[in-house]
Design a protein. Structure first.
Length: 587
């Protein structure tokens, strides 16, 4: 009950801080501008790159070195380890990458996050960056109104950089003013306890700001203005590196078991690195001093902090990598997946909504589930078991031996299993479209169309099952045989679709199979019509039976065609081949 008041408590506390000491205003404004800048930069790169970074991460996680490098590259380019973490967790939720690849990206992301410290220490404190921020903000606003998606993204990146530079300038001025009334460096006099307090403070800063970049900018700015000592900045950096795990943990709370495993691994990685640095603190600082002297920055403490931050994370990666196989074995025993019911989505996680590629693949996988559940329901509706249809070669013999069970209702299955899952799919698809390109929007539209085709197939089957129950038990042998033929046609279609799915991954084979199936089932309706005419002329069935048979033949034809149309969209990923299949359908 108290949780909903946390935000208001935070606002009240913030107001008290500003009232107590107005000097804090400049620092808080600086932090706020920096965070705004990071958000603009993230959004800008999403638009500007057109999903390129997501594709790099997706395709570069097949080996550990590649996944580490892709994590480093993505985080360095986007200047956001948080976004990299979200991409990784969303890809894991959609089963686009393995746990091993995700951990590699996470390790690379930790190294990539250190580039922010280098930018702030080398450019932010050496140049009058506030003067650079103004042109960036002006051109950023102008470009953000452009019609082209790429220019909009570039405009947002400029806006983000402008706000980041302006935020650093405000924070720098704020620390200069604050030094007159409060000296944070006095904590250093507490010895080991003071170092521990700095580590805790670093964790709190990173946890509250939810940005390792903003945390390091704040630490380096405080150091440059004399608000903290060099040794204090070192311990703050250690704490901030641990605190950045909070973002990954928060992102994983609503994720799958694998997402939670990545968050745990991220925390363990940072704790191991922090422990090692603490144990060999003097030696590591000596190495930092030695390296800084070689490159000519021995007297520049801000640069040395950036160098320590990079060294800290490189040590962590070096220590972690050899034990990754053992650690993954341990992680797989944690957060065991909870078995969900059939009407609950497995892949539609909230964390995937803002990553177009992950959202699309999650939708595709969930619609495949809907398709498989529907195949089973249709099989039950013709009073056969789906496993029997898969394995039985003589389907006609299977139909003859089967019993019509009046207990099963596809209407009930539709309302209890299929419709709830379909609703979740459409809801997720609608939410995911907010930041998508035209190409991605078309893909999502196609997937929604596939889901609708599945539902239409079920609705046709719903109408058909009513008469199957009646006429398959009829004393009229002719009408009974015709309805057994309808059941046989649907069973053959299900069997053929199951066989076709085995070719998943080979779009050309799948398309060829679908086209052959469409041709083989296209003439069923007309054949049924001619046979119905013959049965009527020979007085083998009455008019009521004939009407039902003609309608139900059409329903059966629609079931097969809609299943095939859905399969075309779901299993053929190449949009050109998919379009070819649609053109053939139109003809």
């Amino acid at each position: 009950m108290f949780k909903k008041y946390y935000y208001y408590l935070f606002l009240f506390s913030l107001g008290c801080i500003l009232f107590y000491n107005p000097d804090y205003k400049l620092i808080i404004v600086g932090i706020a501008l920096f965070l705004i800048g990071m958000n603009f930069t993230e959004d800008g790169f999403r638009l500007f790159s057109g999903g390129l970074l997501e594709k790099v991460i997706h395709l570069s996680t097949r080996s550990l070195p590649k996944s580490i490098f892709s994590g480093f590259l993505a985080t360095s380019f986007m200047q956001s380890s948080s976004l990299a973490s979200i991409i990784v967790i969303s890809f894991l939720s959609a089963e686009l990458i393995t746990l091993n690849g995700a951990l590699g990206v996470m390790l690379g992301s930790n190294i990539g996050s250190t580039t922010t410290a280098w930018i702030v220490s080398y450019f932010g404190l050496k140049l009058d960056i506030a003067s650079f921020s103004m042109p960036m903000l002006i051109f950023g606003v102008a470009l953000s109104f452009a019609k082209e998606r790429g220019l909009q993204g570039f405009g947002k990146v400029l806006l983000g950089l402008g706000f980041i530079f302006l935020g650093i300038a405000y924070a720098k001025d704020g620390f200069v003013h604050l030094q007159e009334s409060f000296d944070l460096s006095s904590i250093s006099s507490f010895g080991y306890f003071g170092s521990f307090l700095y580590v805790l403070l670093g964790i709190m800063i990173a946890a509250l700001l939810r940005s390792s970049g903003a945390s390091m900018a704040l630490i380096i700015t405080a150091l440059a203005t004399g608000q903290i000592l060099y040794i204090s900045a070192i311990w703050l950096t250690v704490g901030a590196n641990i605190g950045r795990s909070v973002t990954t943990i928060i992102g994983a709370l609503s994720s799958t078991s694998d997402g939670k495993r990545v968050a745990l691994a991220h925390l363990v990685f940072n704790l191991i690195a922090a422990f090692f640095v603490t144990m060999f603190f003097v030696q590591i600082l000596s190495f930092v001093d030695f390296t800084a002297q070689k490159v000519g920055f021995l007297e520049d403490e801000s640069i040395k902090i950036a160098l320590f931050h990079t060294t800290f994370n490189l040590i962590g990666v070096t220590l972690f990598v050899p034990f990754m196989p053992l650690f993954i074995t341990y992680l797989n025993k944690c957060f065991i997946k909870v078995q969900k019911s059939e009407n609950e989505p497995i892949y539609l996680e909230e964390v995937s909504l803002h990553i177009p590629e992950a959202a699309i693949q999650a939708l595709r996988k969930e619609i495949k589930r809907l398709f498989e559940i529907s195949l089973e329901s249709i099989s039950n509706a013709i009073f056969l078991n789906i496993d029997e249809i898969k394995d039985e070669k003589n389907l006609q013999n299977l139909i003859a031996k089967s019993k019509i069970m009046s207990s099963y209702s596809i209407e009930e299955a539709y309302h209890k299993k299929i419709k709830p899952l379909y609703s979740e799919i459409i809801f997720f698809a609608t939410l995911s479209q907010e930041n998508m390109s035209k190409v991605d929007l078309k893909h999502v539209y196609d997937l929604k169309l596939a889901a609708r085709e599945i539902i239409e197939a079920i609705k046709n089957m719903r109408e058909l099952q009513k008469n199957i129950k009646v006429f398959s038990k009829s004393k009229n042998a002719h009408i009974k045989q015709e309805y057994n033929n309808i059941r046989l046609d649907i069973a053959r279609a299900l069997n053929a679709v199951i066989e076709m799915v085995k070719h998943e991954g080979d779009d050309i084979d799948v398309l060829s199979s679908i086209e052959l199936l469409k041709e083989s089932f296209a003439g069923l309706a007309s054949v049924k019509d001619s046979r119905v005419d013959l049965l009527i002329r020979e007085n083998r069935i009455d008019s009521r039976m004939a009407t039902s048979l003609m309608n139900d033949s059409l329903f059966a034809h629609n079931v097969t065609q809609k299943l095939l149309q859905a399969a075309t969209i779901i299993w053929i990923e190449d949009k050109n081949l998919r379009s070819l299949g649609e053109e053939n359908e139109d003809r």
